[in-house]
Design a protein around this ligand. Structure first.
Ligand SMILES: *Cc1c(COP(=O)(O)O)cnc(C)c1O
Length: 392
């Protein structure tokens, strides 16, 4: 045995010492309201399966049919031989849904962010980014040699200042999450658009947690604010509310053409299995034709949040189904999650570096699939554990 890799053991020990080490929890069931997690039956309260589409019979059937028709794998990267008609159908459907000229699908949301930011922005440009933007945006920014300006979370004066300070840049891109995934708050996109137009800067919004959740028919944050046509780059994922997999960029036709020719995370990776495109199209059809899913999601969200704040929990200032149950120290969040699990509820602790060291929490995402009994049981568990731990 050599000692070359011993640093791993030390790094892991150091994470353990800080309560920051995590292991992968393992499901022995499909993703749904009640699951078997690490061998125990629990209410699932932290998936991104907002609309219950991940295990919906409609998506299963669409995927099965596509497997029969197209086989399983795509067999090549998109621009060599991997683009099937069904991939193009999905992109057309996404563009129509998002009210844009075109869209381009990437294998994952992280690939969409990395490839798009990397290919659009060069050394003479400036990127202006909210401090709480998702890690995949930060990765994308790091792949460029652009000047980086990070403004305080949601701070429009900070954004304005950054715009004034980057006047000399060749091009400027403002990037923000639509919904911030740890707190569930929403970017003031109407104000951002005004500032961007005033200063002639491009805007990119990451709608991963807004897709299928906000706006009419779940069309996302741009629809929520009525800003069709005023956001240059609309990024989203098919992997959350749409229950599938993949990321996409919606915008003008030239944006799609440019990315096909220059986004490395698009060029150097194999196309999705065609059944992924089929299932995603079914999800897009369902979110538009069957309003009951979205309605149930919001009814459940309001019910759960009200009960939790009536109990006295600090649930932050979320405007979406994302509900942070604040615990303070990492240790407390880990303890809270562990006790909830013992009582039959699964929600992972969210600790540094995902959030600030003193803002550790358990993040709850209620879905359309939770029944009244699920929610009442979850609330009762939170009450018992919260009292025991003196959080309420
Ligand atoms: C989940 C998420 C992504 C990544 O999407 P994947 O499709 O899971 O790779 C990007 N941005 C935000 C804000 C997200 O929450």
């Amino acid at each position: 045995m050599t000692t070359r890799m011993d640093f791993l053991k030390e790094s892991i020990q150091s994470l353990r010492d800080q309560n920051l080490f995590t292991e992968l929890p393992v499901l022995s069931t499909e993703q749904r309201n009640r699951v078997v997690m690490n061998g125990k039956e629990v209410i699932m309260m932290c998936s991104n399966n907002y609309l219950g589409f991940a295990n919906h019979p409609g998506l299963r059937a669409a995927a099965r049919e596509a497997i029969d028709c197209w086989g399983f794998g795509a067999g090549a990267v998109r621009q060599i031989a991997g683009t099937m008609e069904i991939h193009i159908q999905l992109e057309n459907m996404l563009a129509e849904y998002k009210h844009t000229e075109a869209s381009l699908v990437f294998v994952a949301g992280i690939a969409a962010n990395r490839g798009t930011i990397q290919s659009l922005m060069g050394e003479e440009d400036a990127i202006i980014s909210d401090e709480l933007n998702h890690g995949s945006i930060i990765d994308g920014v790091r792949l460029t040699r652009s000047r980086r300006m990070v403004y305080p979370h949601l701070d429009m004066d900070g954004l304005k200042k950054a715009l004034q300070e980057t006047k000399d840049a060749r091009r400027r891109l403002i990037i923000t999450d639509g919904v911030f995934s740890m707190d569930g708050d929403i970017a003031p996109l109407d104000q951002i658009v005004e500032l961007a137009e005033e200063h002639d800067a491009m805007i990119m919004v990451d709608d991963a947690h807004g897709d299928g959740v906000l706006g009419k028919d779940g069309r996302g944050i741009i629809d929520h604010f009525g800003l069709d046509g005023r956001v240059d780059i609309d990024m989203g994922t098919m992997s959350k509310a749409f229950g599938s997999l993949g990321g996409y960029i919606a915008g003008r036709r030239e944006l799609r053409e440019y990315l096909i020719n220059s986004a490395r995370s698009f060029i150097f990776t194999t196309a999705h299995p065609p059944c992924v495109a089929a299932a995603t199209m079914e999800a897009l059809r369902m979110v538009q034709d069957e309003p009951e899913h979205l309605k149930k999601l919001w009814d459940n969200t309001r019910y759960f949040k009200k009960a939790m704040s009536d109990l006295g929990f600090d649930i932050g200032h979320s405007q979406t189904p994302i509900t942070p149950v604040m615990a303070g120290e990492s240790r407390t969040a880990v303890e809270l999650s562990g006790q909830l699990f013992k009582e039959g509820l699964f929600a992972k602790p969210i600790v540094f570096p995902l959030v600030a060291k003193d803002k550790a929490r358990v993040r709850i995402i209620v879905t359309a699939q939770h029944t009244d009994e699920d929610l009442d049981e979850a609330i009762a568990i939170f009450e018992r554990v919260g009292k025991r731990m003196r959080l309420i």
